[in-house]
Design a protein around this ligand. Structure first.
Ligand SMILES: C[S@@+](CC[C@H](N)C(=O)[O-])C[C@H]1O[C@@H](n2cnc3c(N)ncnc32)[C@H](O)[C@@H]1O
Length: 194
């Protein structure tokens, strides 16, 4: 993938190719709501987006962004993404088309509140069972901050142990530096019907 394009744009591009009007998506780290808004626009009024963040400030910032854009097809949870399965109504399990993770800290906020390896791993694992047959997960990971290195390594190892007959895994790097942010793109391989 082209390194000059930001990882967020790369994540949006792959998801845009995948999501259709009426689709269902999850923003597992809503932050300031940029990705939630993007997902809500892709699925349109007939679709649905679920958003998660542990910070009230992030939920409010996302709510404001969505309200300004007249978006009504979203449901936000002030909750950790390791509760994805618990919070998302069961009728949507196995039907979700795309799940975005943008790990790390909320830009312009307290940099000590960051995603944690344990809950991030639980969340990405739960995501697999929430996806539909050709669902996609994007994970932007940042090894350059304290804790982010361990978390990125854990995500890398988790992605590498996924069954190759069931998932494709692609990685994009923002630069050649060891500490450069990276994007993991995991997609379910649609089972063939015999
Ligand atoms: C890089 S920011 C996300 C940026 C966001 N997607 C946007 O478009 O603005 C990471 C966010 O993850 C949130 N976060 C940290 N731990 C979390 C957890 N366990 N579950 C859900 N969100 C979490 C932080 O509060 C922060 O807002």
């Amino acid at each position: 993938m082209n390194k000059r394009i930001s990882l967020t744009m790369q994540a949006h591009t792959v998801i845009q190719q995948h999501l259709r009007g009426g689709g269902i998506a999850v923003d597992a780290t809503t932050g300031n709501g940029h990705d939630t808004l993007f997902l809500a626009e892709q699925v349109g009024v007939t679709g649905k987006v679920f958003g998660f963040d542990i910070q009230q400030q992030a939920i409010e910032s996302t709510q404001t962004r969505l309200a300004t854009a007249n978006i009504t097809n979203t449901q936000l949870f002030h909750s950790s993404h390791d509760k994805l399965e618990q919070c998302i109504p069961t009728e949507f399990h196995g039907k979700i088309n795309a799940i975005m993770f943008n790990l790390g800290y909320l830009p312009g906020s307290d940099k000590s509140i960051i995603t944690q390896t344990k809950s991030s791993l639980l969340a990405v694992q739960q995501s697999l069972s929430l996806l539909d047959n050709s669902g996609i997960i994007t994970i932007a990971a940042y090894p350059g901050h304290s804790g982010g290195d361990k978390e990125t390594d854990a995500i890398k190892q988790w992605s590498e142990q996924l069954e190759k007959t069931k998932y494709t895994v692609n990685t994009a790097f923002s630069s050649d530096k060891e500490t450069a942010p990276r994007l993991y793109i995991i997609q379910k391989i649609t089972p063939t019907t015999s």
